[in-house]
Design a binder for this molecule. Structure first.
Ligand code: MRU
Length: 350
């Protein structure tokens, strides 16, 4: 096993004989448990409830959800299954609004469905598996490209979880960090804890500790202070949707990290496969931003921490404009200082 592959030991989404299995990310790192799914309805609920999360992992999961939907529809009505599975497609599409990988995967499965005759399950299962395998291959390619932007060993800062848990495997931003670490270019990873859902402290730290990559957590509000001390060379983050102008939606707090990085001269890299790029939107401000239950802010693991009577506003993504981004890395190449023209050229490359 080469040193890069050694940092790839986790699969959040896996097909097991006749069912979909998802590691339950709500209870990591205390408990490592896979939940099994046999229907598209349950899969849509799992995405909504964040059993599985992270844009590419949501896309892969939805693709397997379509397999379950088609299996049920074909068993009920072999002559009419394509129409019968549409409500399930809609339930999957309604699960979360911001990560465009969800819609990308559903559209890809739908296009595939149109050409199928007879039992759809083997063909759709193969297509869903291809989506996952292609995502992993894209992550390895982005790992190399992103690492090539880094020079001397330094510390990096990341936000949310963009690793194996958030993708088909290996990771986007965390894939770059894994590859760069394997090449001796990363001395220390700082991971924002990522309030309120704690993807950083629960998930990113868990992945990095398992891979023996040195990680220190910090409160999201400590990032600017860290950057001011010097030593942080890059902020490396993922994305849920990158628009044609080179804006990137990502976990709430990413935009403040980018503003702080610009102020302190820390370079800012966004890493995402082209399944995250939405060329149909010309301006990042038009990206739909999910707002979740205020309880996620008011309570921690079911225990109320906020003052009784206080309300909360809980947008879970924000949008970083292109002028704050030094490089967007996809499997098709690196876009430095993104502009609409450069985004278009990158998308045409491949
Ligand atoms: O709400 P989440 O946990 O699904 O948000 C995930 C993120 O914001 C990730 O940074 C993004 O999906 C990129 S994952 C490779």
């Amino acid at each position: 096993m080469n040193s890069t592959r050694a940092h790839d030991t986790i699969r959040a989404v896996r097909w097991n004989s006749d069912r979909l299995e998802l590691i339950d990310q709500r209870i990591l790192p205390a408990t490592e448990e896979y939940l099994a799914y046999q229907s598209a309805d349950e899969v849509a609920r799992a995405i909504k409830d964040m059993v599985v999360r992270g844009a590419p992992a949501i896309g892969v999961t939805a693709a397997f959800g379509v397999v379950l939907a088609a299996r049920a529809a074909y068993a009920r009505a072999p002559a009419n299954w394509k129409a019968l599975l549409q409500p399930d497609m809609q339930a999957l599409a309604a699960s979360r609004p911001t990560a465009v990988n969800l819609f990308w995967a559903l559209e890809r499965m739908q296009r595939y469905i149109e050409a199928i005759e007879g039992d759809p399950v083997p063909a759709l299962l193969a297509e869903a598996q291809r989506i996952q395998d292609e995502d992993i291959a894209a992550n390895y390619a982005m790992g190399e490209l992103g690492a090539s932007l880094m020079d001397a060993p330094g510390a990096v800062i990341t936000h949310c979880n963009t690793g194996s848990l958030a993708t088909g495997g290996y990771g986007t931003a965390l894939g770059v960090i894994r590859s760069a670490y394997a090449q001796g270019k990363v001395s220390q990873v700082y991971a924002d804890e990522t309030r309120p859902w704690l993807q950083g402290s629960r998930l990113t730290a868990w992945e990095l500790v398992r891979d023996n990559i040195p990680v220190k957590l910090l409160a999201d509000g400590a990032a600017a202070h860290l950057m001011k001390q010097g030593g942080v060379t890059w902020a490396v983050v993922g994305s849920d949707r990158i628009t044609a102008d080179g804006s990137a939606a990502n976990k709430i707090g990413t935009y403040s990290l980018a503003v702080n990085a610009k102020y302190h001269g820390v370079k800012f890299m966004v890493v995402a496969p082209t399944s995250t790029v939405d060329m149909s939107i010309d301006d990042g401000r038009k990206i739909p931003i999910e707002e979740r239950d205020p309880e996620e802010l008011l309570s921690v693991q079911g225990k109320r921490i906020a003052a009784q009577g206080a309300g909360a506003w809980n947008p879970v993504f924000d949008v970083t404009p292109p002028e704050l981004i030094d490089a967007i890395v996809t499997e098709r190449g690196i876009v430095r200082n993104p502009t609409p023209e450069k985004m278009l050229a990158m998308m045409k490359n491949g």
